[in-house]
Design a protein around this ligand. Structure first.
Ligand code: ITT
Length: 185
């Protein structure tokens, strides 16, 4: 059982491979790119999967993910990639220096599509909080400032295997894998 993941983000590929291993699904990676429409994670994943499946002529998955910070009115959300490149973690920490409510969540939406079908989406979420400083050098992007609920360590301090046990990506890919295995029988 095999599926092609369209992404330009190597960190996502490494995490997804570790997760799919557990489900006996082989992951191929293609850095094909796809247009990111304006909209929420589901819109982006649906449109991107349909576009990439059409161009590649085979079934694909894409992922749109982001971090949603409650006290910032759920910003940066769908703009997470751009904000990470511009403000970065230091900018986010500065914006939040006087903020007491640190609640945040990561969300991941997997879009699956074949050249002949309409796209399907699968959501995964992990709750947590934004710390007061960057901690750890595992993972990528917001990982060093995100503390999952119930943990004193940031995602940046956890190994990939530990993060993969319960991350937003684990949860969305797990949902996809469960559906895919049934659908493929
Ligand atoms: P592709 O679109 O090519 O897959 P991307 O990095 O642009 O790669 P997204 O559009 O889904 O991916 O952007 C999500 C951004 O949210 C990502 O670049 C990170 O800044 C952040 N992000 C998502 N998941 C994350 C995680 O597990 N840990 C840390 N930051 C994450």
């Amino acid at each position: 059982m095999k599926v092609t993941f369209i992404t330009g983000n190597q960190h996502k590929v490494i995490e997804a491979k570790g997760i799919f291993d557990k489900f006996g699904i082989e992951l191929e990676h293609a850095n094909l790119g796809y247009p990111e429409v304006q909209g929420n994670l589901v819109d982006v994943a649906r449109y991107g999967a349909k576009d990439a499946a059409g161009r590649l002529g085979q079934p694909v998955i894409v992922e749109d993910a982001g971090i949603f910070i409650k006290s910032l009115k759920w910003f940066p959300g769908a703009y997470s990639s751009y904000i990470q490149e511009t403000l970065g973690n230091k900018g986010i920490l500065k914006l939040m220096s006087d903020v007491e409510d640190r609640y945040a969540e990561f969300r991941s939406v997997i879009g699956y599509c074949t050249p002949k079908s309409e796209p399907k989406t699968f959501l995964g979420t992990v709750k947590g909080r934004i710390g007061y400083e960057e901690k750890g050098n595992h993972g990528f992007a917001y990982d060093p400032i995100f503390y999952p609920e119930g943990y004193d360590e940031s995602f940046g301090e956890l190994t990939t295997e530990e993060k993969n046990e319960f991350s937003h990506r684990r949860r969305s890919l797990e949902q996809f894998a469960a559906w895919y295995k049934k659908f493929k029988q």
